[in-house]
Design a protein around this ligand. Structure first.
Ligand SMILES: [Zn+2]
Length: 352
């Protein structure tokens, strides 16, 4: 029954509501019945502000509070088998649109940030490899194309970043939107896939690392190329069986954001049942400082810290010894005592 009730798919701002818990606008998704029998009260849904609010009232919670409704629903459902209507075919983005976006990187705020951290040529390599383009929707915004394992583009997620910090712009509103909702008003049948999914067939043996954020997949790819990095696009994104099937037979390491480890470990049994070998990298959860937790750090934030010039890094390690353990855990090379003169920091590329 769990597949029957889903969070209302995003088709524009009208589909995001005010959260009953934190009162924020346009952050709340309601549950709907895909069979159109039941209409849930407005409070049955999930707040997008997972770290700061975390409100999630599921249909299961609702039926637990209202067993009578559940009974009625079962009666209604068991009357007559509905005729089977095949799902509409998945829609895809036009190639020209995608190609056209793969330019104007000097104006792209995320590219500016990545260049300041990783250098321009490395940043360009990442944008091309992952199919990340520049969008006009907001000046300098970034479009992360979701390209599937067969190279077809499902949609693009547009976000705006602060070029100095690499953080997403969330004021005065959350700068995030979708290409399919801008370009196609109706009749677009969205099926999301992992960001970076098109890279899976290029290397069948490399273990796959899953992070939540698209930006983090890019950064981690640069530091830890022994993994094939892809992004779920959200704490709950892409963890349904139909999304996970591309991972069958692969070795997976999950790298949840701080605060999301429990949610992600709950997904492991399903994945294992599907023939996916899963490990959970919960090192950050066990060792993060309060400050890092408060900011919802993820693996990329740690990797960027490690990249600091040796002298700065040493003082950071002194304040946060967990950083040194992390470096060891990930097999990164750390120069213990900087020789004179302090060597230029190079990105470490540990061997497999
Ligand atoms: Zn909320």
């Amino acid at each position: 029954m769990s597949h029957r009730f889903i969070l209302e798919p995003y088709k524009g701002v009208a589909f995001r509501h005010t959260c009953p818990e934190c009162d924020h606008n346009r952050c709340f998704s309601r549950y709907i019945d895909t069979e159109n029998v039941i209409t849930f009260p407005e409070y049955v849904g999930r707040c997008d502000r997972e770290q700061k609010c975390g409100y999630h009232f599921t249909p299961k919670d609702y039926f637990e509070q209202h067993p009578d409704r559940k009974e009625r629903l079962q009666e209604q459902t068991s009357v007559a088998p509905r005729s089977y209507t095949p799902p509409p075919p998945t829609s895809y983005m036009g190639e020209i649109l995608v190609k056209r976006s793969m330019s104007h990187y000097s104006e792209n705020k995320l590219f500016q940030f990545l260049s300041s951290q990783l250098g321009e040529s490395e940043s360009l390599r990442l944008m091309k490899q992952y199919q990340v383009g520049t969008a006009n929707h907001w000046k300098g915004s970034t479009v992360f194309w979701q390209t599937d394992a067969k190279g077809r583009v499902r949609t693009g997620k547009i976000m705006l970043y602060d070029p100095a910090t690499g953080r997403r712009i969330k004021e005065p509103h959350n700068h995030i939107t979708w290409v399919h909702s801008i370009m196609y008003k109706e009749g677009f049948n969205l099926k999301q896939c992992f960001f970076g999914e098109h890279l899976l067939p290029t290397d069948n043996t490399r273990p796959v690392a899953i992070v939540e954020s698209e930006k983090s997949a890019l950064i981690a790819n640069s530091y830890l190329p022994q993994y094939l990095w892809i992004a779920s696009g959200g704490k709950n994104g892409c963890f349904r069986e139909e999304n996970l099937s591309v991972l069958k037979g692969r070795n997976i390491v999950l790298f949840p954001d701080l605060g999301a480890t429990d949610d992600w470990s709950a997904k492991i049994p399903v994945m294992e049942r599907m023939g996916i070998t899963v490990k959970l990298f919960d090192y950050l959860e066990k060792n993060a400082t309060l400050e890092q937790r408060k900011n919802g750090f993820d693996i990329a934030d740690f990797l960027l810290e490690i990249k600091q010039p040796q002298a700065i890094l040493q003082s950071m390690i002194a304040k946060n010894p967990a950083l040194k353990l992390l470096i060891k855990e990930l097999g990164l090379v750390l120069i213990e005592k900087p020789t004179q003169p302090i060597p230029k920091i190079k990105r470490k590329r540990p061997k497999l």
